[in-house]
Design a protein around this ligand. Structure first.
Ligand SMILES: Cc1cc2nc3c(=O)[nH]c(=O)nc-3n(C[C@H](O)[C@H](O)[C@H](O)COP(=O)(O)OP(=O)(O)OC[C@H]3O[C@@H](n4cnc5c(N)ncnc54)[C@H](O)[C@@H]3O)c2cc1C
Length: 419
């Protein structure tokens, strides 16, 4: 294999890497993406849920080729069995405008969220980046960064036993949780065990459940400091999964054991259901890494731990970080200055936008982790579906007033973690 050179080499063809590749290529720069898997997409390791705004924000319109099911809200189930519905049947006007822009009839029925067919979605993102001018190499593993006089100048990679170099002005690490490339550049991306949810999931067919909403179940005996999800992908097909704080599980029980028990205990939903796929993986629910740029080097998506710390959702955040990274990289390349100072425009913008929300959600997570099942049941009586939407958007000022009048015993806990 011959050595190569390009303006930007991106390690990883996940949602973060492909959006960054698309936008850098669109600006006319030479981008090469290396992906260690032989096929972009599988295995999925994801519940595949995304808010429509997460797609539109990076210029991706919902498409029936990869959006399996439109979603119109959620049902939250509390430990005592009570449930609360978040009704999102009305698609906001700005979303409708964005979906309909330039089209008489959109390719897919507008919805507030979608459950994706992610294996196909990732291939489409890569194809769009290639159409914009990016080059891709699959079954190609990035091994290490190359340093010239202490400065990053590309990567070494391997394809089918052959090692070679890719020289570039910028290296982008988009290689997911525990990024190897960021570590080899000297940036620590290792998570504490307490900042990881162990995830386990079946994709199942034959379920009996409302297919138009996400179903989320809380309870410490059900999923210690985590939750169980049912994300519908069709009339009777859904991702059924669990994320638990590993350190809280009883007697060494694994996430799978908790999920199997949940399924057994609900014959009304699962009597005729069977798994058609099984996935396992760690879900980071921590804050971002300390810094995600260095001279000639940028880290995006899960590699920089840019996820929602409440539920671990990261597709939209990863894609947005890819777009912000591309913007800063293009400016830097135009000015022929790829120093940390110049590339920091990406990190600064992220910290002023998604970063602000992440800080609030980290506080909310600390508060939620302290709640007992009894506290959660109490919450079911005092908050509405809209309140839950506000909370997950990081807007919890109203909570103090609600707790003061309806559940004063939780007020000091809320003040401690949320003030
Ligand atoms: C169980 C589970 C459920 C989840 N559910 C949801 C959900 O419903 N909604 C949501 O928004 N998010 C969800 N997430 C999180 C979401 O999957 C991630 O946040 C998202 O995939 C991050 O995208 P990324 O591009 O940063 O990284 P990734 O998607 O991990 O992509 C990284 C890519 O880099 C490649 N790579 C790694 N190392 C190398 C190397 N050395 N050389 C070359 N290539 C390399 C990998 O093969 C991979 O293709 C879930 C995660 C888990 C584990």
């Amino acid at each position: 294999m011959q050595n190569k050179s390009c303006d930007v080499v991106i390690v990883g063809a996940g949602p973060a890497g492909s959006i960054a590749a698309r936008d850098i290529a669109k600006a006319g720069f030479d981008v090469l993406v290396v992906e260690r898997k032989q096929e972009i997409g599988p295995p999925k390791r994801c519940a595949e849920g995304i808010n429509v705004r997460g797609l539109l924000n990076v210029g991706v319109k919902p498409d029936p080729r990869w959006a399996a099911k439109g979603i119109y809200g959620a049902v939250i189930y509390f430990p005592n069995g009570k449930s609360l519905k978040i009704d999102q049947r009305k698609v906001p006007d700005d979303v409708m405008d964005a979906i309909y822009s330039g089209e008489k009839k959109p390719a897919l029925e507008p919805a507030t969220g979608y459950v994706l067919e992610r294996k196909i979605f990732e291939k489409h993102l890569a194809a769009d980046a290639i159409r914009a001018g990016a080059r891709y190499m699959v079954k190609t593993c990035a091994l290490d960064v190359i340093k010239d006089g202490g400065k990053i100048a590309g990567i070494t990679a391997e394809q089918m036993g052959e090692k070679f170099e890719i020289r570039s002005k910028i290296v982008v690490a988009a290689d997911g949780v525990d990024s190897r490339i960021a570590k080899s550049a000297g940036i620590n991306t290792t998570n504490k065990l307490s900042d990881y949810h162990s995830g386990f999931q079946y994709e199942m067919a034959g379920l009996n459940i409302d297919p138009d909403v996400l179903h989320i179940f809380f309870g410490n005996s059900l999923a210690p400091k985590g939750y169980v999800w049912i994300f519908p992908k069709g009339q009777d097909v859904a991702n059924v999964g669990i994320g638990i704080l590993g350190s809280m599980s009883e007697d060494g029980k694994r996430a799978k054991d908790y999920l199997d028990k949940f399924i057994e205990s609900r014959p009304e939903v699962f009597k005729n259901a069977s798994a058609i796929e099984m996935n396992a993986g760690g879900v980071p629910v921590s804050s971002s890494i300390e810094t995600f740029v260095a001279d000639n080097f940028m880290i995006i998506g899960d590699a920089a731990q840019l996820v929602n710390p409440i539920h671990g959702g990261g597709i939209a955040i990863a894609m947005n970080s890819g777009a912000l990274c591309a913007k800063a990289a293009v400016e830097a390349l135009k000015e022929n200055d790829t120093s940390r100072e110049k590339l920091y425009a990406y990190e600064k913008k992220w910290r002023e936008t998604d970063g602000v929300k992440m800080k609030k959600l980290l506080k909310l997570r600390a508060f939620l982790e302290k709640l007992t099942d009894e506290d959660m049941n109490k919450a079911a009586d005092i908050v509405s579906g809209e309140d839950i939407t506000k909370l997950t958007d990081g807007n919890y000022r109203f909570l103090f007033k609600t707790l003061l009048t309806k559940a004063p015993s939780l007020l000091s806990l809320a003040k401690k973690f949320l003030s």
